[in-house]
Design a protein around this ligand. Structure first.
Ligand SMILES: [Zn+2]
Length: 285
């Protein structure tokens, strides 16, 4: 049943009939995404490992009750998100935490850049930093949509809001990240020809275009303007590169150290599921 290329759907079926090996395979498949999400949200590797472990433990206990492959993925992220919120509360109340607020701004740097050259590495590091500067509600949306590649509808389900709200936060998050990346990406000319019309907010319009939110007429009008306005052309290119950079970040391989952390979180979750009375190293609360 659980041969190498079983789909999530097949694995879920096996889990529901009590197949422990299928459960391990399913969680091994999803654990890196859970860990990456936690890392981006918590900005701290130890907290991310805690979140991953708690999420995977919840998955060990609850997966067989989740219906549908898509709902399994959204359910898993929603669980991870709730543990990230607990960690954030702890980070925001330093008296309850061992570390000070420095932990919040730590930049995890050993997710490998897509290429080993200096420019790619600089861009990847700048993206990490830019994501870290985002307010939580913008950060979670861009991580889930642009880095993890979930649909806007799935993100809305995970964060408990409307698709419209997700898209609105997404456009703002993309614009803020693009601004943080500054001269590393193509920049609009110093003085656009006009502050009215498309020049006023081309980045948002282009982001809406990427989300399929604008109709063919508005799309044609934007294209026509961009063809003749170098400032807006650069702004669109900068935003397009920003989204592409996020997608690459979601595909970048983990370092050996991060892979080991993911495995440890999974092994620990499976061990705790078997021996529920044992206490653990650190407690999220
Ligand atoms: Zn323009």
């Amino acid at each position: 049943m659980t041969t190498t290329l079983a789909s999530d759907h097949e694995l879920l079926e096996s889990v529901r009939s009590g197949d422990d090996a299928a459960l391990r395979e399913l969680l091994t498949r999803h654990a890196p995404a859970v860990f990456r999400f936690a890392l981006k949200m918590c900005r701290d590797r130890h907290d991310a490992e805690d979140v991953a472990q708690e999420t995977l433990l919840a998955a060990v206990r609850g997966t067989k009750d989740v219906r549908g492959t898509s709902s399994f993925t959204t359910w898993l992220y929603a669980v991870a998100r709730s543990f990230c919120i607990k960690v954030r509360r702890r980070q925001e109340h330093p008296l309850a935490a061992a570390e000070g607020t420095d932990a919040v701004t730590e930049v995890p740097s050993d997710i490998r850049a897509p290429e080993e050259d200096a420019v790619a590495h600089e861009l990847a590091a700048a993206l990490e930093s830019a994501i870290g500067k985002l307010e939580h509600k913008y950060r979670e949306v861009i991580v889930l949509r642009d880095i993890e590649g979930l649909s806007a509808a799935e993100v809305a389900e995970i964060v408990g809001t409307t698709v419209e709200a997700v898209k609105s936060r997404l456009h703002r998050a993309r614009a803020e990240i693009r601004a943080s990346l500054g001269q590393l990406l193509p920049s609009p000319a110093a003085s656009p020809t006009s502050k009215e019309g498309p020049c006023a907010d081309i980045a948002t319009t282009f982001s809406r275009y990427l989300e399929g939110e604008i109709g063919p007429d508005a799309c044609a009008a934007m294209q026509q303007h961009v063809d003749t306005c170098t400032s807006c052309a650069a702004a669109c290119e900068g935003l397009r590169r920003t989204v592409a950079l996020c997608r690459e970040a979601g595909r970048a391989p983990f370092s050996d150290a991060l892979q080991a952390q993911v495995r440890r979180a999974l092994d620990e979750a499976l061990r705790r599921a078997r021996s529920p009375k044992k206490t653990r190293r650190r407690v999220i609360s």
